[in-house]
Structure formats: structure tokens, C-alpha cells
Unconditional design. Structure first.
Length: 611
């Protein structure tokens, strides 16, 4: 059991097993993916080859039929009408044409308009002149359609073998059919369809020449199929598609249950189509050989991986095993911590060098951790100090209004003051101050925890500034201050933000300038668009803010004690609230020294298109 566990933990064993698995997966992938892909490609190539063969043979047959039809058409056009009444001379005329170009193996025949018998024929076939052709399809077609026609392939009544009859009417200048000239070719005649019937494809494949109009096999490599009826619809789906006009390639199963690769090509002049077919087993014979070859070599490769992989893995991992044992002894305390020997400069050597580097860094890392712990304690103390300072500042801000309220209430209780409208106004003013301070502190607390609620929507901030300026105008005038604001057009830019919060920001900035600008001064308001943002600029006159105080203006409860403090000063939360509100809406607010001699503030908010 222990030996089995040791082998299961051995990296050498795992690598050998991994190699076997890789070979097995590769074999499976070859069988499941590569071989089907190769089979598909071979089917495509075989299909293209089959289609090329079918097309070539079909064009050859089409040319032979066209040549016979053209010859028959020229003969009908040049046949002297006077010969129709002289059978002997007509026969000599036919013999002359047959001897010049004997492409009709059974020669020609001239049939009178009533179709009974033949006026003349050559070569003379016993009994042909006595046959009744009035019901033959080629005779009826030539007379009624008055054009060259190809009859249904049949077994000749005179010769008894499969023949193809072509007919063309002999018409005088008045359009009267004087006779019908026919040419008959044996289907198996040399230089016609004999080559197709005698030439197999591969070992057992061959050709089928099909006449959809006549529903028969015209010719075939298998003699038993010649002039036999076609299979009924539904037996062979690919055959049904070909009968419907499909020309191309496909795989189907024949009547004997053999899967075949077939290619169809048209013989246009006869309205036929040719099928070149071969069993897929023969077309893909090379693939079967390749499959056996791949399997044999894959098994051989797997055996080689097991033998060679095991040997090499043991050789490569022996230093790693020794290094592991040495580290284990150090961890158990059997030997003291010491650098490992670097035997080879490979991955195993990298492990040893890494361990040695770890030892050299151990003291440094320990010192860093101690330093980090000291910094954490210092940060914790700083945070506690800031919290105590914040609580002290908050208590200080609340102490004054509460003391006033307490003194006023105690004076009323002692009868020093009477409860009248003036006294209630004083109490109400102090209560409002406490309420504003509490609300500001609550808003800042929510901002610190990312819980400040803002309803983001398109806002006409320039319109809000118009309203704010109007609301503060009288107070600025009473304080001896001037507001310069050019106003804005009705179609001015919009911003994305919370209208209520933005209105409070604008009021806080106006209130700040009102409180801390000396009489006789002014507040200059301007706006601009930059990088798809809207910028609002607030610049007031003296007194100025010391440069060292500018970075602290957004701190809570911070006031400039000298030049910008007044008895009427606020709680020191205004600018801090402004920054929290603006940043919560995706904007920024900054302060600077104003070129007018006082304080400058700039609000940047994302601009939106006015709809």
C-alpha cells in the first residue's frame, strides 16, 4: 500500500502517465476529428473527379447526338422531292450519304407522310420497309412538330437490338410534309455509346445514361439495365433529385444496399443525364489504409513514450528529488537552514537558486513586515487622532449655538426675558443653525460611505445660476458688493447632474463670496466649454487667501483665521460639501488665487447635448 502511494505521488510516474494520455488523446483526436476531416476532403476530391468524368462523357455523347441530328437535318433539307417517287434512285441517294459518313449504324429510312412502310432505306434491313411507323413517337413528333426529334430508345423491330431513332420532316416550300427522314443508331454501336457501356469506373463502378422523358435507362455499364424502367420515386432520394433537375454530386445507397458516390451531368441535345457512380468503399480505399497505418504507429509511439519517457524523467528529476529531501530535512529540524547546492543550471537549478534567494530575503522580508506593522499602528493612531479632532471640531461647532439656546431658555425661565416674537426669532435662528450643521455633517458622512444620493438628469445649470444670482442680488447690494454675470441664452449648454445638489453648490459659493469679500468689491461669474465639459468660474475681489491655506479650504471646519474670518462666518463645511456634491455627480471643483485679488473657484461638469 505504501509503495502504491509512493508511486502515485511520484512525478516521474505522473509524467509517464501524462505522456500516455497525450498519445491516447492524440489518437482519439485523429480518429474522431482528423480522419473524418480527411474523409470529407477525399469525398470532395472524389466528387470533383467523378463530376469531371461525368461531364466529359456527357459532352462526348451530346456532341455525337448533335452531329447525327445536324447531318439528318442537312440531308432532309437537300433531299430532292423528285426522288420520293423513285425508290431506287432514293436508295442510291441514301447509300451515297451513308458511305460518306456512316455515323448511323443502321442507316437511313424515308417514310411516307402516312407512316405506312418505308419508301426506301439503306442499308436494307429485312422487313423494315414493311413496318408501320404511323404510331411511332419519332414519326409523330417529326410530323406534328416539324422539327428534328429523338425517339424513345427501343429495341428495333427489324434488328432486335437496342436502337435510337432520330427523325426529321422533309418539307416543301409550301410547308407540306412530303416524308420523314430517319436515322437509326444501335446503342451499342462503335463510336456511340459502346465506350460508356464497356468502361467501368474503379473496380465495380460505372455509368448510367437516363432519359427522364421516357423513364428508362438508355445505356449502362451493366448490360442488364439497358432499356429497363427507372426505379419508382422514393426508392433513391438522389435519383429523385436528379430527375427533378439536380446536376452535381452526392452520396446515396443503391438498390443492393451499397453506398455509392454519384455525379450527374446533362446531355442537353437529347434531354438525358449521365450518372457516373462508384462505391464509396472503393473511392475511399486509401483512407482505410491510412486509418490502419495511423492506429499501428500510434500504438507503437505510445509504447516508445512509456519506455523513453520513464527513463528520461528519472534522469531529469533525480536532482529535484534530492533537493526535495534536503529541504524536508531542514523543515523537520534535522539540519540547520543552509543554501542548497546548484548541480545543474536548469529548472531544478532554478528551484535551488530560488530557495537560496529565499533564505537571503528572509531577514529583509521580516524587517519589512515589522516596518509595515509599525506603519499600520501609526496610521491607526493617525486615524484615531483625526477622529478625535473631528469630534472635537463638531463639539466646538455645536457648543456655541447650544450655549446660546441654553442661555436664552434659562433667561426666559428666570424671567429675565419675556417670550415674544423677537426672542423666539433668536431661538429659531440658533435652532436653524444647529439643524444646518447637523444636515451638513450627515451629508458628509453619507458622502464618505458613497451613500450620497444624486438624481442624475439633464440640468440647465446656467439657468440655475441665473436664479441663484437673482436670489442673492439684493443681499450683495446691501453688503456693498457687485455681481457681474452676463447671463446665458435659452439654448445654452446642459450638464448631467442633480439639480437640487447643484443649486446648493451654487448657493454655497455665492454665500462664501458674500461673507468673505470686502465691501466695495465684486464677484465675477463666467462660463466656458472645454473638452466636452462645462466650466463655471467664480472670481471675487480682496481679501485673498494665503497660498499655504488654499489646499486646506476643502477640509472640514477649516477657516482662514486672519483676512477671511468674520463673526458672520459659517461652520467651515461649505466648500467641503461643495466638493462632495460635485464629485458625486462626476465633476470636479478646484480653488485658486483669483486674478481679481480674492479667491477663485472653478466647477467642471460633464456636458450634455440639449434636445
Amino acid at each position: 500500500m505504501k509503495l502504491a502511494n509512493a508511486y502515485s505521488r511520484s512525478m516521474v510516474v505522473r509524467l509517464v502517465v501524462f505522456g500516455i494520455c497525450v498519445v491516447a488523446v492524440g489518437l482519439i483526436l485523429r480518429v474522431m476529428i482528423l480522419l473524418p476531416y480527411i474523409r470529407g476532403r477525399m469525398v470532395e476530391l472524389s466528387s470533383e473527379h467523378q463530376l469531371a468524368i461525368a461531364g466529359y462523357v456527357a459532352r462526348d455523347i451530346d456532341l455525337k447526338i448533335a452531329a447525327r441530328r445536324n447531318m439528318l437535318d442537312r440531308m432532309a433539307a437537300s433531299l430532292p422531292p423528285a426522288l420520293l417517287a423513285a425508290p431506287g434512285r432514293l436508295e442510291a441517294w441514301l447509300r451515297e450519304r451513308q458511305e460518306i459518313n456512316p455515323i448511323f449504324s443502321h442507316g437511313f429510312a424515308v417514310i411516307p407522310p402516312d407512316g405506312h412502310g418505308a419508301t426506301a432505306d439503306y442499308p436494307v434491313l429485312a422487313g423494315r420497309r414493311a413496318l408501320d411507323f404511323s404510331g411511332s413517337d419519332f414519326f409523330i413528333g417529326a410530323v406534328t412538330e416539324r422539327r428534328p426529334v429523338i425517339g424513345k430508345p427501343i429495341r428495333g423491330r427489324a434488328s432486335g437490338e437496342g436502337v435510337l431513332v432520330m427523325a426529321v420532316p422533309v418539307i416543301d416550300s409550301a410547308g407540306t410534309v412530303l416524308a420523314v427522314l430517319t436515322g437509326t443508331t444501335a446503342i451499342a454501336a462503335p463510336d456511340f455509346l459502346d465506350l460508356m457501356q464497356k468502361t467501368p469506373i474503379a473496380k465495380t463502378g460505372g455509368f448510367l445514361l437516363i432519359s427522364p422523358r421516357d423513364d428508362i435507362f438508355v445505356a449502362a455499364t451493366d448490360p442488364a439495365k439497358v432499356l429497363t424502367p427507372l426505379p419508382r420515386p422514393g426508392v433513391n432520394p438522389l435519383h429523385d433529385r436528379a430527375m427533378a433537375g439536380y446536376r452535381g454530386t452526392g452520396v446515396t445507397v443503391n438498390l443492393h444496399g451499397v453506398e455509392e458516390l454519384s455525379a450527374m451531368a446533362s446531355v442537353d441535345n437529347a434531354g438525358w443525364f449521365l450518372v457516373a457512380r462508384v462505391p464509396t468503399a472503393e473511392a475511399l480505399e486509401a483512407l482505410d489504409s491510412a486509418r490502419g497505418f495511423i492506429l499501428r504507429w500510434a500504438l507503437g509511439l505510445a509504447l516508445m513514450v512509456v519506455l523513453l519517457g520513464g527513463t528520461l524523467a528519472h534522469f531529469f528529476f533525480k536532482p529535484l528529488i534530492n533537493t526535495s529531501r534536503l529541504i524536508h530535512r531542514m523543515a523537520m529540524g534535522e539540519i540547520e537552514l543552509q543554501p542548497l547546492p546548484v548541480i545543474r543550471h536548469d529548472e531544478v537549478g532554478d528551484v535551488a537558486e530560488g530557495f537560496n534567494f529565499l533564505l537571503s530575503r528572509l531577514d529583509e522580508v521580516t524587517e519589512q513586515k515589522l516596518a509595515a506593522e509599525r506603519m499600520r499602528l501609526a496610521e491607526k493612531e493617525r486615524t484615531a487622532t483625526m477622529l478625535r479632532q473631528w469630534m472635537a471640531d463638531t463639539s466646538h461647532e455645536l457648543r456655541t449655538p447650544i450655549a446660546v439656546l441654553q442661555a436664552q431658555i434659562e433667561a426666559i425661565q428666570d424671567g429675565v426675558f419675556t417670550v415674544d416674537a423677537k426672542r423666539l426669532g433668536v431661538l429659531h435662528h440658533e435652532v436653524l443653525g444647529v439643524s444646518r450643521l447637523v444636515n451638513d455633517l450627515f451629508a458628509l458622512a453619507r458622502s464618505d460611505t458613497n451613500q450620497l444620493e444624486c438624481r442624475i438628469e439633464p440640468v440647465d445649470i446656467l439657468g440655475l445660476l441665473d436664479d441663484a444670482v437673482t436670489a442673492f442680488h439684493e443681499r450683495f447690494a446691501e453688503a456693498g458688493l457687485e455681481i457681474r454675470w452676463p447671463g446665458h441664452a435659452e439654448d445654452g449648454p446642459m450638464v448631467s447632474g442633480d439639480a437640487m445638489r447643484l443649486r446648493q453648490v451654487l448657493s454655497n459659493l455665492l454665500e462664501n463670496s458674500l461673507r468673505y469679500t470686502d465691501a466695495g468689491g465684486r464677484l465675477q461669474l463666467e462660463w466656458s466649454v472645454q473638452d466636452n465639459d462645462l466650466l463655471l468660474h467664480f472670481d471675487d475681489t480682496a481679501p485673498a487667501v494665503p497660498p499655504e491655506a488654499l489646499p486646506r479650504l476643502f477640509e472640514r471646519f477649516y477657516r482662514v483665521d486672519v483676512s477671511r474670518s468674520r463673526a458672520s462666518g459659517g461652520s467651515g463645511l461649505g466648500l467641503c460639501l461643495c466638493r462632495s456634491y460635485v464629485e458625486a455627480q462626476g465633476g470636479t471643483i478646484t480653488v485658486r488665487a483669483s486674478p481679481l485679488g480674492g479667491l477663485g473657484a472653478t466647477i467642471r461638469l460633464p456636458r450634455m447635448e440639449r434636445r
